[in-house]
Design a protein around this ligand. Structure first.
Ligand SMILES: Cc1cc2nc3c(=O)[nH]c(=O)nc-3n(C[C@H](O)[C@H](O)[C@H](O)COP(=O)(O)O)c2cc1C
Length: 218
């Protein structure tokens, strides 16, 4: 059982999101000693370039870019391209995990750019998802679970005035769900700016600990 911690929270020790994540991983280590945890720091590790070789930069040049080549059923002649190899390695790392923990605060009603960029890299037709004859997405990353840990300045709880501005949850559920990861639990510390952050972090940490102490990683 391998857990991939995808970190898109750059504030380090001052981060409310990471305070909750620390509580989660402490409880996880206690409940499941020996669990393999790999960390991908999206603000520290650097990500491959989604350059024209990887995407295909001209409308007719689908056979030049891996993403469009696969999407349109063309041959894939660029598998030796170094840029593509980096993307493929990132996809392999993602697929090699059994469980995911994503740590990302709310930025501008969604997630930080780094997480969106990571998803742009790994959502690849033929590798993490495909499309059936009716045009529906079919995920290729199955039997996984994900915990999404986030901190928000405001309170976007159901029924609150800010609820309609929460583009974080729906978008992330769609991105990971399209790849086949449907078992997603949200752990939310809110409000961290429009209310006392310590109270919000404590409540979220309690939920995080209860998931980590369960059979989530069994
Ligand atoms: C660039 C940026 C954009 C933000 N956008 C929002 C937002 O749209 N809604 C919100 O409630 N809080 C927003 N915040 C506040 C953070 O979500 C909040 O302070 C959170 O606790 C930060 O998490 P962290 O401590 O893990 O970095 C934003 C903060 C930053 C730095």
């Amino acid at each position: 059982m391998k857990v991939l911690h995808i970190m898109a929270a750059p504030r380090g020790a001052g981060s409310n999101t990471l305070a909750v994540s620390r509580a989660f991983f402490d409880a996880l280590a206690e409940a499941h000693p020996g669990l393999e945890v790999e960390t991908l720091d999206l603000h520290g590790d650097g990500l491959p370039s989604m350059n024209p070789h990887v995407i295909g930069h001209e409308a007719h040049a689908f056979d030049m870019g891996m993403k469009f080549a696969v999407m349109y059923g063309h041959s894939t002649p660029r598998t030796e391209d170094p840029a593509w190899k980096e993307i493929a390695a990132l996809v392999e790392q993602f697929k090699s995990a059994d469980r995911y923990v994503v740590s990302a605060p709310m930025w501008n009603w969604n997630v930080p750019f780094s997480l969106k960029y990571y998803l742009d890299c790994i959502i690849q037709p033929g590798l993490t998802l495909t499309v059936d004859e009716n045009g529906a997405y079919v995920g290729l990353v199955n039997d996984k679970k994900l915990v999404f840990i986030t901190a928000r300045g405001g309170d976007y709880s159901p029924g609150s005035p800010l609820e309609a501005m929460n583009f974080q949850e729906g978008h992330m559920n769609l991105c990971f769900g399209a790849m086949g990861v449907h078992d997603i639990e949200w752990v939310v510390a809110q409000p961290c700016d429009l209310g006392p952050a310590d109270v919000a972090v404590k409540a979220a940490s309690e939920k995080a600990v209860s998931i980590a102490s369960s059979d989530w990683a069994a």
